[in-house]
Design a protein around this ligand. Structure first.
Ligand SMILES: [Fe+2]
Length: 189
């Protein structure tokens, strides 16, 4: 389909979902703005030895959006040096998350890797990012839908990954009544 491509990974999504719930309980979410309920991240990797690389504006990262009726594009948050994100956060050492991290790193040139949770009945802004993304859906529902330009699609939690072209305008909505959880990684060209 236009703007996204399925990649065979054979990940155990039940095991990943259980570890996610445990890390959510122990680590909690990171964001640059607690009022922004639509965005909830747990960072899986970082710039080696640099806790600042997974705090503040670095959690969400640079994007462009049309904030008002003038439809003039605005740039938000700092540019991220994605290629520097090469170290697994220490909390994940020896876990299944580490195995999945190593698997996707062996297949793609990746920057930041994060768990992203979208709450029920929430929607992102209409925006574009500097790079494509690799998604691994973990907990989802048919009502969780990504829209890229004029194409809407649901990514099932089937153990596979999906490369999405986030350099095009897009959003994501969760029309279900459960938290939607994906691993989302930046794909560096
Ligand atoms: Fe995005």
């Amino acid at each position: 389909m236009k703007h996204y491509e399925e990649v065979k990974l054979n990940v155990d999504t039940d095991r990943l979902g259980k570890e996610y719930l445990d890390f959510k309980h122990h680590l909690g979410f990171k964001t640059d703005d607690k009022r922004n309920i639509d965005f909830n991240a747990i960072c899986i990797n970082r710039i080696p030895g640099d806790p600042n690389s997974i705090s503040g504006g670095n959690v969400r990262g640079l994007y462009w959006t049309y904030p008002d009726s003038t439809n003039v594009e605005e740039q938000r948050l700092p540019y991220i040096e994605e290629h520097k994100y090469t170290e697994l956060c220490p909390e994940f050492r020896g876990t299944y998350v580490e195995q999945v991290y190593n698997l996707i790193k062996s297949k793609f040139n990746l920057g930041r890797v994060r768990f992203l949770m979208k709450p029920p009945r929430s929607c992102l802004s209409w925006h574009r990012d500097p790079e494509k993304r690799l998604h691994i859906p973990i907990i989802t529902n048919k009502g969780c839908v990504m829209v890229i330009e004029d194409t809407a699609f649901h990514m099932p939690s089937n153990g596979n990954g999906y490369v999405t072209d986030n350099t095009k305008y897009h959003n994501f909505f969760n029309g279900s009544e459960i938290d939607r959880v994906h691993i989302v990684a930046t794909v560096i060209k």
